[in-house]
Design a protein around this ligand. Sequence first.
Ligand SMILES: Cc1ncc(COP(=O)(O)O)c(C=O)c1O
Length: 417
Amino acid sequence: MTPVAAQARGFPVLDVARVRADFPILRRQARGRPLVYLDNAATTQKPQVVIDAITRYYTEYNANVHRGVHELSEIASEAYENARRKVSAFFNASHERQIVFTRNATESINLVAHAFGRTHVGAGDEVLISAMEHHSNIVPWQLLCEERGARLRVAPIDDRGELMLDEFEALVGERTKLVSVTHMSNALGTINPVEDIIRIAHRRGVPVLLDGSQAAYHMPVDVQALDCDFYAATGHKLYGPTGMGILYGKETHLESMPPFLGGGDMISSVTFEKSTWNTLPHKFEAGTPDISGAIALGVAIDYIQSIGLSQIAEHEQALLAYGTDALAAVDGLRMIGTARHKASILSFVLDGVHPHDIGTIVDREGVAVRTGHHCAQPVMHRFGVPATARASLAMYNTRDEIDALVRALGRVREVFH
Ligand SMILES: Cc1ncc(COP(=O)(O)O)c(C=O)c1O
């Protein structure tokens, strides 16, 4: 639905100007021109409320959590656990015990690879991923498989960048101990048919981890409706601070898994002979956590919900359609990733121009895009390109910014005519 059609039907439409006013960095210039920030898949910008939450924590109630009976520690502990409740509600987990705070999505996936993987994956077993994974959802499984004598299997993708579901299904076999796939590709924008993936895997009793690093800030995610076993997300893409990651896990899995890291806070008792573990989710949160980060992430989630993920998705989809058409008109441009179901990613190459040169020249025009392999080298190999230029959209981007990108690509063409 276009914004106009949405308005006509009485749906609230995202007020982008108002949203932009909440993000102080968007007022700055880059290379002497208004900043056009189109590198949101790498990290999103932060609204003032998130920045303020960090300052407020350090100026008003800085104290360690879960450790003191003094007032500041009580306030900090309550704020930290309140952030967990917000994250739990955001993903519709059935209980906040199922939400583990980590440093980032990479750590969330590594936690599962260590604690679940080492318990359940043995010699000759298999872990199944897809050909569109970020390195964070490849390397931990390679390390695990190497250690256990297991095999990493990879479900292929087609020329549009869509998962080949029949091939995927054929790869789920007797030896498959875990399926770990991305909900949305950071290199292509593809949104995977995760309901089908989970149904297929569960039919064979295989648990599924979804890497939601990209999906979680573009669309509503309901872990109960999905029935996924694990869901990994990363706070800095959810308009929150860096240093905060999220792992949702079904309680039965989390209960059955040994700890990931050992230390303070994750124990119930310690003697030199034996230690016992704290209750969920603390069993997986060893040491002093990123307290201000968690609190600020909770505020970021409040902020996203005050705008509405459905509104955000609608705005970003309209922008993606506009950007797809606008880039199609650029001479010699080839889009990498044309899945029928995709979000917010415009990944492309230009005939005769290395993507790094695209990035450098558009940067001079104040336009920030990412160039490179986007931590997805196998995707680059699949499409036969060394790298792509990637413009990635967030709730505060506008059509004018897409136009600025297209104008900047015109400059690239002038330089490389
Ligand atoms: C699909 C996907 N998975 C995992 C990650 C890793 O996120 P982080 O570096 O925050 O751990 C990213 C980050 O770009 C991503 O896009």
